[in-house]
Design a protein around this ligand. Structure first.
Ligand SMILES: CC(C)(COP(=O)(O)OP(=O)(O)OC[C@H]1O[C@@H](n2cnc3c(N)ncnc32)[C@H](O)[C@@H]1OP(=O)(O)O)[C@@H](O)C(=O)NCCC(=O)NCCS
Length: 199
């Protein structure tokens, strides 16, 4: 993708402004974090959001081949929540919502419009659901995506899931159970289809 000098300069100014605003909002941002477009980041008081060195956050469809349907959105929903994005990972139009913990390892590639949540947002076994408070933090609902995972575009990762290091999740998959390391999994629900071939 080629950009004019002016577009690059505008993007640099915007990225500096994003960084300033996030630091002011109590988000921990490492060195050399690249922002393309303006993400939406909301930190619930008392919770933590950490973006490690070298992470790329894309929120503007012009800056990635596949485009993104929305800005990257990172939200903590309770005082106990924790979101960690590991070193050199990439987020393209990703939505992450945490009531407990969403931990993304190093060098994780999140394809366009991935959705990760560690809560159902609404009660499942109580009626009426409307107007009920958010379900409380629950450690068994934590989501962990280990180092070097590749999440295909529009993957959905739901509560309580651990995706082992080096694994790949096929585009459009819905991950509801743990995926072992170095596996390729796909579908709804995502199932292992083979292992990653290494030399
Ligand atoms: C998962 C993926 C890596 C597998 O690639 P592959 O190893 O070449 O697999 P194949 O195309 O040979 O497919 C193997 C089987 O998995 C199924 N499959 C592959 N991708 C699938 C997907 N996303 N959802 C459901 N099933 C899928 C195939 O239908 C095939 O099933 P079969 O054995 O019953 O015929 C690839 O299909 C994929 O989804 N890549 C993600 C691309 C992407 O989103 N990039 C992000 C850009 S931002």
């Amino acid at each position: 993708m080629a950009f004019s000098k002016r577009a690059v300069l505008v993007q640099k100014l915007l990225a500096a402004d994003v960084r300033r605003n996030l630091l002011r909002a109590g988000i921990t941002i490492g060195a050399d974090v690249t922002f393309r477009g303006r993400p939406i980041v909301d930190r619930h008081p008392g919770s933590s959001i950490t973006v490690a060195d070298g992470v790329t956050v894309i929120s503007d469809p012009r800056w990635t081949a596949l485009g993104v349907a929305r800005p990257t959105i990172i939200r903590t929903l309770t005082a106990h929540a924790r979101v960690e994005i590991g070193r050199d990972s990439g987020l393209s139009g990703v939505t992450i919502c945490s009531a407990t913990s969403v931990s993304i390892g190093m060098r994780v590639l999140c394809g366009a419009d991935v959705f990760i949540a560690d809560t159902d947002f609404h009660p499942v076994d109580e009626i009426p659901r409307s107007g009920m408070p958010l379900p409380a933090s629950n450690p068994s609902h934590s989501v962990t995506i280990e180092d070097d995972v590749f999440l295909g575009a529009r993957t959905i990762v739901l509560k309580g899931v651990n995706i082992g290091h080096g694994s790949v999740i096929g585009a459009g998959s819905v991950v509801v159970t743990d995926i072992p390391p170095m596996s390729i999994a796909a579908g709804n629900p995502a199932r292992v289809i083979r292992t990653v071939k290494t030399q």
